[in-house]
Design a protein. Structure first.
Length: 317
């Protein structure tokens, strides 16, 4: 993202907290993948005739352990991440109010109410999603997939290479290709929202003028027309997003299907036992469910760029 000095500054100032959030998030998704792996082994082992029921004691305990670990790490990670992000948003709001305070007497001359409303309620509020829905999930999914590919290189190099190629498409190629397509639409949609904020607040404060000039219906028709154009653009973006998600899920499905073939290959070559087939297949589903979130995270970057630029321009006034 261009002109993202505000984001870089906050990342640098809260580096330790950021690292803690990423670490906890990573531990949560790793625990989830381990839970699926152990569960697959437990299901397969339970379906066989075993000499002693105590042979299932260790995987049963591990299943409960990883289940609790996943929930605990996810809960603590959300507490820390929201505490961190809300603290950053609070500082940004305070800075806006400090800039506006000396100009209180001439506020209406220098700023339009709609612009201030859009800045406080849309831009600053929207910027918390940069951390919660883009930065943290992207870093976590990337690290998790690197760990997964590294592990698979020790079992089946051919599958690891194929999974790496599909992962590059899922995490990098498809998100950034769709970003280049939707960037302009996202920015136009963002600008349209700001115009609606401006028109609405101007109409509220000048309501008596609209009534006296008998132009209320004219304003309502014009406002509804702009809102319909905005909704039409949003539907267009959502349609493209659904197509992209289906394509990413197709790539993830192919990667999971290749895992089945890889497990069959590894059992023939005595690399793994039959009871581990379900373990690997369930584990890859857990990893892919985290990795596909990157596409949605990257797609919102254009909207964040507009918000960052507006906040930065306001600070520099």
């Amino acid at each position: 993202m261009k002109n993202n000095s505000i984001i870089r500054k906050e990342l640098k100032n809260n580096k330790n907290m950021m690292n803690a959030v990423v670490f906890l998030g990573l531990m949560s998704v790793v625990s989830g993948a381990a839970l699926m792996y152990v569960s697959g082994f437990l299901i397969s082992k339970s379906s066989l005739r075993i000499g002693n029921i105590l042979m299932l004691q260790v995987p049963t305990v591990l299943t409960r352990t990883f289940s609790l670990a996943q929930s605990t790490f996810a809960y603590v990670q959300r507490l820390l991440s929201h505490n961190l992000v809300l603290g950053i948003i609070e500082k940004m709001r305070s800075r806006v109010y400090k800039i506006l305070e000396p100009k209180a007497l001439k506020l209406k001359k220098e700023y339009k109410s709609g612009d201030l409303l859009g800045l406080i309620s849309e831009d600053i509020e929207h910027m918390q999603n940069i951390y919660l829905k883009t930065i943290f999930p992207s870093i976590i999914s990337l690290i998790l997939y690197v760990i997964f590919i590294t592990v698979m290189f020790g079992y089946d190099m051919n599958y690891a290479i194929l999974a790496l190629l599909f992962g590059l498409f899922i995490i990098f190629v498809v998100p950034f290709a769709s970003l280049s397509v939707t960037r302009k639409n996202f920015q136009l949609m963002k600008e349209a929202k700001y115009n609606l904020y401006r028109d609405f607040t101007s109409a509220i404060f000048g309501l008596s003028d609209w009534i006296s000039s008998n132009k209320v219906n004219e304003f309502m028709d014009d406002y509804q027309l702009k809102e319909e154009k905005l909704l039409k653009r949003e539907r267009k973006i959502k349609t493209f997003v659904h197509l992209r998600e289906n394509f990413v899920n197709l790539l993830a499905g192919i990667t999971a299907f290749l895992m089945i073939y890889s497990c069959w290959n590894m059992t023939i070559n005595n690399v793994i036992e039959n009871v581990y087939i379900a373990s690997f297949c369930m584990m890859v589903l857990s990893v892919l469910s985290v990795s596909v979130m990157t596409s949605d995270a990257v797609s919102h970057i254009p909207g964040y760029e507009v918000s960052i630029n507006r906040v930065k321009d306001f600070y520099e006034q």
